[in-house]
Write a protein that binds this ligand. Structure first.
Ligand SMILES: C[S@@+](CC[C@H](N)C(=O)[O-])C[C@H]1O[C@@H](n2cnc3c(N)ncnc32)[C@H](O)[C@@H]1O
Length: 220
């Protein structure tokens, strides 16, 4: 590993592990705010999101894992500027979240048949691009199942963004065990219509290494 990539990995670890709190929350993402709302993202990734939204102009963004809705509001504000699309965001926890006319929150598990049915229906109702952001359960089995269920809703030319592929030593949180990185590997081995878009990692540090998946064609 050269000096340059060592520096990026060290910065990544410092960013991800900074601000360790007594409640177990760590990472400078826990200090990141969008419009005052705690937003668990690396700000460099939020900028990449903005660029993807600009390029894709989604009719529907499906966000799996809302937390407090900071990213959800960010997505809605971007869509507002482009005058297109809406966001449906799912979380198993009911928390206080910002309201916006382009946002619908669903409370439930990503794997529940009711939630899957509602989201599939919404995806079928739109005529433009559909984009999926996975930021829910980061354990391998659940993540892979989510990718299998929601990945097919992504339209050709749009993206399946798989968050926190950096855990399990890629390069942070070595104790995590198989997670999103490994789920992406398994998903891509069966889904040749998706490919990693490494161009979306141009800012060197991303919480989603190898996690920006572009749908290149409809299916085999
Ligand atoms: C990393 S946080 C999401 C952060 C948020 N996307 C942001 O940018 O601020 C993960 C969220 O996923 C939710 N979650 C975890 N497993 C889930 C599941 N299987 N179904 C729905 N929500 C889930 C948790 O309640 C938590 O709020």
């Amino acid at each position: 590993m050269n000096d340059h990539s060592t520096a990026v990995r060290n910065f990544h670890r410092a960013f991800y592990e900074g601000n360790a709190r007594a409640d177990g929350i760590q990472g400078l993402h826990s200090l990141t705010r969008y419009q005052g709302i705690e937003t668990h993202k690396c700000p460099l990734d939020l900028w990449v999101f903005q660029e993807i939204l600009h390029d894709v102009r989604p009719a529907l963004v499906i966000e799996l894992g809302t937390f407090l809705g900071g990213t959800t509001l960010f997505l809605a504000h971007q869509l507002e500027l482009f005058n297109c699309g809406s966001v449906v965001s799912v979380d198993c926890r009911e928390l206080s979240r910002p309201q916006h006319p382009r946002v619908q929150y669903l409370v439930g598990n990503t794997q529940s048949p009711e939630i899957i049915g509602m989201i599939r229906q919404k995806a079928q109702q739109v005529t433009g691009p559909v984009l999926v952001i996975h930021d829910a359960d980061h354990h391998y089995d659940v993540c892979l199942e989510d990718l299998e269920v929601y990945g097919p809703l992504v339209t050709t030319g749009s993206y399946l963004i798989v968050e926190d592929t950096n855990v399990n030593g890629h390069p942070v949180n070595t104790e995590w065990g198989p997670g999103p990185w490994e789920a992406v590997e398994a998903f891509l081995s069966k889904r040749s219509e998706f490919a990693r878009d490494s161009g979306r990692e141009k800012f060197l540090m991303t919480y989603n290494p190898g996690g920006y998946l572009r749908r290149c064609h409809s299916s085999d």
